[in-house]
Design a protein around this ligand. Structure first.
Ligand SMILES: [Zn+2]
Length: 377
């Protein structure tokens, strides 16, 4: 489940604490004790990017904390800051009490007492946005640095090969194919193709080897780099027999489609109930411009990937542009899509994926779709 709250959007009356649905409100008498949660990690992403335009702070918990968050104006020596008060939550002694960052709008992250809270100090002009993800529970603070003239005008595309490291994703045992390996190769082929057809375009990969990345850090890089497009690349799989395989391009949105919910749950590494619980909460925080751009990017990618893919696999099915709740796309500030490039569990698709010719065709289609989108903006 996920809740998005914009820190600057304080006009509406807020409940004293923002809570995951089944949790009791703070101060409300309950029959059962709310078990203590534990803050175990504080990760900062995006700041390694040169001249980062943003940063993402992720607080990871064991258990579900009760929390409320507020943006506080500068006061004395204290800068504008986002405070996250944690109720009934302990933190590990090993966590640093203060971590200076000084990049991407993020000055520092610190732990404060006596009212236990995490404080995110912002650099001048920076803004922050807080949401949470569950299963496991994470509170995410997205920081945007003060807006400034763009360093260069070269468009930047961030390609995200899904999974990796300890998370191999889907597989086809029969053909010896593993999603995390295939999508890395697809991303590399797409990057070199894109550089060839649009030499002015910069292309970055969220990973260039078989390493584990969290879903949160993938789009943090794209935000920090002010990318013009973010494409997460995956291969589809189904636990049920599928009559057809095919290509689907997803944009982030709520959905009641059972198949889309199951797929999102698998890609998120979470349960279907967690995904279906998100719905209306997210819908309120959509940025319309970003949604329009994502749909335009998705249409181009879908069209071009199919066209090129069909040269190598004529029966490749068109599953269309769809909407689903993929955590990896949450918080992206640029047009962002997730491509399920083919089906590992559909025999003709899997057989095709085993051949370099088909993989190259898919990558060429994806590159051409992205280029077409960038040209048409
Ligand atoms: Zn995947």
């Amino acid at each position: 489940m996920l809740v998005v709250a914009a820190c600057r959007d304080d006009s509406t009356t807020r409940r004293p604490f923002d809570l995951p649905e089944p949790m009791p409100q703070v101060g409300e008498s309950t029959d059962t004790e709310h078990p203590k949660a534990r803050l175990t990690r504080i990760d900062v992403y995006g700041v390694e990017a040169p001249d980062a335009a943003g940063a993402r702070v992720v607080l990871a918990f064991e258990g579900a904390p009760l929390f409320r968050q507020e943006e506080l104006p500068p006061q004395g020596v204290l800068p504008t800051r986002i405070a996250i008060w944690l109720e009934d939550t302990e933190w590990d002694d090993s966590l640093p009490a203060s971590r200076f960052v000084g990049e991407g709008g993020l000055l520092r992250v610190r732990l404060a007492t006596p009212d236990p809270r995490v404080v995110v100090d912002l650099q001048p002009g920076a803004t922050g946005r807080v949401f949470y993800l569950t299963d496991p529970y994470r509170i995410v603070v997205d920081v945007s640095a003060a807006s400034r003239p763009r360093a260069g005008t070269k468009p930047l595309v961030v390609l995200d090969p899904g999974h990796g490291g300890r998370e191999p994703g889907a597989a086809s045992e029969e053909h010896g194919l593993v999603e995390s390996h295939l999508v890395l190769e697809l991303a590399q082929l797409t990057a070199s193709r894109l550089r060839a057809i649009m030499p002015r375009t910069r292309v970055m990969l969220t990973r260039s080897s078989d390493v584990t990345l969290s879903l949160e850090e993938r789009c943090a890089l794209a935000n920090a780099m002010e990318a013009d497009a973010f494409v997460s690349i995956h291969l589809n799989a189904s636990s049920e027999p599928t009559r057809k395989g095919g290509v689907t391009t997803f944009v982030l949105d709520t959905t009641n489609d059972r198949q889309a919910l199951r797929l999102a749950a698998r890609e998120n590494g979470t349960r279907v109930s967690e995904v279906s619980g998100i719905q209306s909460l997210l819908a309120r925080h959509h940025r319309q411009g970003q949604v329009r751009g994502s749909l335009a990017l998705a249409e181009k990618i879908q069209q071009h990937t199919l066209r090129r893919g069909r040269l190598a696999l004529p029966e490749l099915a068109d599953r269309g542009v769809r909407r689903a709740m993929f955590y990896v796309l949450v918080g992206a500030r640029m047009p962002a899509v997730l491509l399920e490039a083919s089906f590992l569990t559909h025999e003709p698709d899997a057989r095709a994926l085993a051949s370099r010719t088909y993989r190259r065709a898919v990558a060429e289609g994806l590159a051409s779709g992205i280029a077409s989108y960038l040209h048409g903006r």
